[in-house]
Design a protein around this ligand. Structure first.
Ligand SMILES: C[S@@+](CC[C@H](N)C(=O)[O-])C[C@H]1O[C@@H](n2cnc3c(N)ncnc32)[C@H](O)[C@@H]1O
Length: 241
């Protein structure tokens, strides 16, 4: 991982790349997320500050799992694996940690970030990437899915449009296509009482809560420190209702 320019020549190269539009995290090769330094490879989605409330809530819920159990945590659509890495750093107990992404470049990056905390990283389309043995056992399922409506991609900053893969951004017509698939699949993978955490914006929150309810999950919203909606926690009831 590059941490800083090692020479004036290298500094000049970094500045040239940055002035040319390359995101700072891609220039340096790392980003800070929840106080953890995470490697960010070329072409991988840069972890965002606005995702930190989701990661903190996931860590709080993992920490609250019954004493003596080893919480099973899955970071689906993991990108760099930043959320899983932050959670592992924040939770002071053993975890069974899994992550998956459809993009092989992201999978390579997440493997680097999660090796030191024993995270196992798989490549594939949503739940199909996971070992079957995890069905019905997941305590904390994180899915920061792409959720930008297709038409709004053109309005994103050039840094995102040009240097992050489309598959990391495009959530289809209303932005919720991938979240719909996650909501539909989650009840089969969550343990009773297990939680699914997704990032949502204010404008999509109501629809996202309805999606969760359609699949028998009760949900609540998580706010950031300014009181804005940042994430949604959907919970599988302990007993089927
Ligand atoms: C918004 S990024 C989030 C990355 C990371 N979780 C984070 O918060 O920094 C969405 C990620 O979902 C992945 N993705 C998109 N569609 C997917 C699918 N069908 N199955 C698995 N991963 C998918 C993308 O490759 C991308 O890494």
């Amino acid at each position: 991982m590059i941490t800083q320019a090692g020479s004036p020549g290298e500094l000049e190269r970094f500045v040239r790349l940055r002035v040319g539009g390359l995101p700072l995290e891609h220039v340096l090769g790392w980003a800070e997320f929840c106080g953890v330094r995470v490697a960010v490879g070329p072409g991988v989605f840069v972890p965002r500050r606005r995702t930190e409330p989701l990661a903190r809530e996931a860590a709080r819920l993992a920490g609250g799992c019954p004493v003596g159990s080893v919480p099973v945590v899955v970071d689906l659509c993991c990108g760099t694996g930043a959320i899983a890495a932050a959670l592992a750093a924040a939770v002071d107990r053993p975890l069974e940690l899994y992550a998956a992404d459809i993009d092989p470049v992201a999978v390579d990056c997440a493997r680097r970030n999660l090796a030191s905390v024993g995270g196992r990283v798989y490549q594939g389309d949503l739940f199909t990437a996971l070992p079957e043995s995890l069905r019905g056992t997941v305590n904390i399922l994180i899915a920061n899915v792409p959720y930008v409506p297709t038409e709004a991609i053109a309005l994103l900053p050039a840094e995102a449009r040009e240097y992050e893969p489309r598959v990391a951004l495009d959530g289809g017509g209303d932005g919720l296509d991938v979240m719909r698939l996650v909501a539909a699949g989650a009840p089969r993978w969550l343990a009773p009482g297990g939680h699914l955490l997704v990032e949502v914006g204010e404008s999509q929150a109501e629809l996202a809560q309805q999606l969760m309810a359609d699949h028998g999950l009760t949900s609540r919203l998580v706010e950031d420190e300014d009181g804005d909606v940042a994430a949604l926690v959907a919970t599988r009831p302990v007993r089927a209702g």
